[in-house]
Every structure is written in structure tokens, then in C-alpha cells.
Design a binder for this molecule. Structure first.
Ligand SMILES: [Zn+2]
Length: 348
């Protein structure tokens, strides 16, 4: 009897102690981290010698607000790609599943090198299934562990606290979807398109388009644009409302099909956006708006009669207003892509 009481006491003592000192342990929440920073964990897009088919592939079209792009390849595999010509560090990839109210923090990226691309399995396929949503609440993705998630039910975004990530995120104000194109597909010698665009053209273009988008997302650019005297195709000054409309049209351009021209400075209209190689060479150090914004003026429907393209004789117009801001951004090292962070010095 004494032994039994002792045993019971012991049990109750231990169980009591256990309850006090060891609260129930929840299953660990997954915080997977990846690096895509060398040849063993990623490959490079836009590498010298890459085929024209790949350089200009529709599968490589990306939203300017998602230059760090994650897309579903199938139910269990996703592709991570950096369309910026700079390394990106300390990013968090967010997954939104159709029907779920909040995005889930899927994984962290310690570093992804410029133009890196890599396919991986969803982290919950091989690892834990518990994740945190953007508000820190636990979400269990166990139901997808064996089947994965249908590709049409997922979307992705990225986030992070660094200056670079904040600048890249600000580009999501624009609707531009970017792709590179060899407009001289038939090698026609009688047009102004470069015979064959190459990987270096695309690498440099990928930085130009980010800096241009950054220019247009900035509040001060819109302010300067709206304050600028700009004339329409009929040479009559645009009203404030017309300038607001023109600026919004630029922000809302749905597609940018980017190519390289020869003999002329640029070509633009509809979704076609072509600039000469000297623009691709100069945009990190010089104001290139005289060509780069001129062609955007064509894309939103203005002709050479309007100072949305060429400045007026007293040097007023869209390219002047935007050019002043661009110059200022270069001087203040404010643009996302700079000579300092561009990854291939040989391209500069
Ligand atoms: Zn023109």
C-alpha cells in the first residue's frame, strides 16, 4: 500500500511538474531559406550564346512589379527567377492560394544572383507543412503535401525590407509586362531593327526598363509632368486633365515588347518599344529620356506633332520634364539599377 501511494504521488508529482515546465509543443512552423547564388543552385538567364528562342520566349514575360518572379511549373514544382540585372538579398516569397484569405510566407531567399533562375519543389512537399501567413497566424498546408496545388489556383509575390526590394516593389504601380523580341525575325535588311538581338542587349535592357518604370512610379515625376507645358498632336496645349490621362496611359501600358533598333534612335507604338544600343549603354549614367520617353509617347498614341515625343522649339515637353527628374535620380543614386550594383561590368 505504501508503495502504491508513493507511486501515485510520484506520478502526480511528475505529471504536475511536467505540465508546469513543458507546455504542449506545437509542430514547428516552416521557415525554409534558399540561396540561388551560384552555379550549383541556379542557372543564368540571358547568358551569352543563349538561343534566340529562349531570349525572346513568351514564358519569360514578366510583370514589372514582379521582377523577382515565382511561377508554378506544375502542381508540385515552382520556378524562381530574377529578371533584374542585380543581386537581390533577403526577400520573402509569398504564396496566395485561391480561396485563402491571406498570403502565406512560403520561403525566404538569402540571396538570388542577377538573372538567376531555378526550379524547386514546394517546401511543404518534402518538409513541414505549417507556415505563417503575412499576419503571423499559422496556416497548415498539409492537404497539399501529396497532391500539390493546381497551377491555376496559386499566385506569388515577393516582399522584403531592403531599399532595393522596396524600390522594386514600387514598380507594381505600373501594369507593364515585359518581354524581349527580335523584331527583325526575317533578317530584313531594309528595316531599322537590329539583325539579331543578343543576350547582352537583353541584360542591359532589363535594367533600363526597371529604371524607366521607377522614374514613372515616382510622385515627383508625375508632379513635373503635370506641371510641364505639353502640346498634343494638334499643337494645342494639353489641359491638366489630358496630361493626367496621358500619364495614366503610360502607367497602364499593358505590354512592352522590347527590341533593339539600328540607324535610328528608337521606334515605338502600340506594345512595341525599340531603342538603339547607345541608349542601352548610357542609361546608368546619362539622361536617356529624349529617346526612351519619346518612344513611350508613341506607345500611348502621340505623333511627332506633339511634345509628348519631340520637345517644342523652346525646349518644353514630356521628355524634358521626365529627363530632369531622371538626371536628378542618377545624381542622387536613387535609381534601382546603378553602375555600382549592375552585375556584369563587361556590359557597362
Ligand atoms: Zn518618334
Amino acid at each position: 500500500m505504501k508503495k502504491l501511494i508513493f507511486l501515485l504521488l510520484t506520478i502526480s508529482f511528475f505529471s504536475c511538474k511536467k505540465e508546469r515546465s513543458t507546455p504542449p509543443v506545437p509542430d514547428p512552423v516552416t521557415t525554409v531559406g534558399y540561396n540561388f547564388d551560384n552555379d550549383s543552385n541556379s542557372s543564368l538567364m540571358f547568358k551569352d550564346g543563349e538561343s534566340m528562342e529562349l531570349l525572346t520566349s513568351e514564358a519569360r514575360r514578366y510583370e514589372i512589379g514582379k521582377v523577382l518572379r515565382v511561377k508554378a511549373i506544375n502542381a508540385t514544382t515552382i520556378e524562381v527567377a530574377n529578371f533584374a540585372p542585380v543581386d537581390i538579398a533577403d526577400a520573402t516569397i509569398l504564396l496566395t492560394i485561391q480561396g485563402q484569405s491571406k498570403p502565406v510566407k512560403l520561403f525566404k531567399i538569402g540571396k538570388i544572383r542577377a538573372h538567376a533562375v531555378q526550379q524547386i519543389k514546394y517546401p511543404f512537399i518534402e518538409g513541414g507543412t505549417k507556415f505563417l501567413d503575412v499576419d503571423g497566424a499559422e496556416t497548415d498546408l498539409a492537404q497539399y503535401k501529396t497532391t500539390g496545388i493546381p497551377t491555376d489556383k496559386v499566385s506569388f509575390d515577393f516582399t522584403g525590407d531592403s531599399d532595393l526590394i522596396k524600390k522594386l516593389k514600387s514598380l507594381s504601380k505600373l501594369k507593364w509586362k515585359i518581354k524581349y523580341q527580335d523584331f527583325d525575325g526575317n533578317d530584313d535588311p531594309n528595316n531599322n531593327w537590329k539583325e539579331n538581338i543578343d543576350a547582352k542587349d537583353v541584360r542591359r535592357f532589363s535594367g533600363l526598363i526597371i529604371n524607366l518604370a521607377y522614374l514613372f512610379q515616382a510622385e515627383q515625376t508625375q508632379t513635373a509632368f503635370l506641371a510641364e507645358p505639353i502640346t498634343g498632336d494638334n499643337k494645342v496645349a494639353l489641359t491638366l486633365e489630358q496630361k493626367q490621362e496621358a500619364f495614366k496611359k503610360i502607367i497602364d501600358i499593358p505590354e512592352f515588347n522590347c527590341g533593339v533598333v539600328v540607324n535610328v534612335a528608337g521606334l515605338g507604338g502600340g506594345s512595341t518599344y525599340g531603342v538603339d544600343n547607345y541608349v542601352l549603354r548610357d542609361y546608368l549614367t546619362l539622361d536617356i529620356c529624349f529617346v526612351a520617353v519619346h518612344e513611350i509617347g508613341h506607345m500611348v498614341g502621340y505623333s511627332h506633332n506633339s511634345s509628348m515625343t519631340y520637345p517644342t522649339t523652346n525646349n518644353r515637353g514630356a521628355v524634358v520634364a521626365t529627363g530632369n527628374i531622371y538626371k536628378d535620380m542618377i545624381a542622387k543614386k536613387e535609381l534601382p539599377i546603378t553602375t555600382g550594383n549592375y552585375y556584369l561590368k563587361a556590359d557597362l
